[in-house]
Write a protein that binds this ligand. Structure first.
Ligand code: DC
Length: 233
């Protein structure tokens, strides 16, 4: 029997650089499992908001610590090729993408016990096979020995426009100013927190997609996949 080696591809980078779009494309093209680590932090944030653990902008960390063990966050594939985050039997993929969740997710994800809890789950979800995971610290902390690491960047303007278009499409009424402010705040918190701050792993390949089409990104990764693993796609 031919055994398929486990391969982890870590995709990190600034918010709204198109990490998930890129990772989903790679997953589909090369038959990898896609895991969105940011969704897990968003899930914890949604849970905190819905259960009164964030009041007047303050996170009740003690209450969150006491109840985080009850949270059943996991990914399911509804069958249309997408991967959705579930809390128990509830699909929360839409609820975790609102501006309200976005405005609290960075402080929630900076809490060390939250990071430990999420990391444990990410390891469990990736036990077998070929996985591509996107986030902020996948190549530096979660999987420091990942077989391939990619660090994504793009200009602030391009990133804000992408995020704005995404929100408008979902019917959110956020302004471009709100989006730019949230983007900069998240960049700052994500890269300055004490536990696993966002930074480029030394052995990561940088992908600046400010002026690239998705097809060009695919051509770029095809070269790497062939060169590193001999995988043609
Ligand atoms: O990728 P995203 O925007 O959905 O991520 C939401 C937040 O979660 C982001 O502001 C930072 C945090 N995050 C993190 O700290 N570490 C990760 N591996 C993934 C996301």
């Amino acid at each position: 029997m031919i055994t398929v080696p486990d391969i982890i591809i870590a995709v990190d980078g600034w918010s709204s650089t198109g990490k998930s779009t890129f990772a989903k494309l790679v997953a589909k093209h090369f038959g990898f499992l896609y895991l969105d680590s940011g969704a897990m932090y968003r899930g914890v944030t949604l849970y905190s908001l819905e259960n009164g653990l964030i009041r007047d902008g303050i996170i009740d960390t003690e209450a969150l610590k006491a109840s985080i063990g009850e949270l059943d966050l996991h990914f399911e594939r509804p069958g249309d090729g997408s991967t959705c985050l579930f809390s128990g039997t509830r699909n929360i993929e839409k609820e975790i993408r609102t501006m309200e969740v976005s405005s609290f997710v960075s402080p929630v994800s900076a809490i060390p016990f939250v990071r430990c809890w999420v990391d444990e789950r990410l390891h469990k979800f990736s036990e077998n096979g070929r996985v591509i995971m996107d986030g902020r610290d996948i190549g530096t902390t979660v999987f420091p020995d990942a077989e391939l690491k990619i660090f994504m960047t793009a200009s602030d303007e391009v990133r804000a426009q992408r995020r704005y278009d995404e929100l408008v499409q979902k019917g959110d009424t956020a302004t471009m100013e709100d989006v730019m402010k949230n983007l900069k705040e998240r960049d700052y918190i994500d890269s300055h927190r004490e536990t696993s701050p966002l930074r480029r792993a030394e052995d990561a390949y940088e992908l600046d997609n400010s002026d690239m089409t998705l097809h060009e990104e695919l051509v770029w990764i095809q070269g790497l996949m062939q060169g590193k693993f001999g995988i043609l796609g």
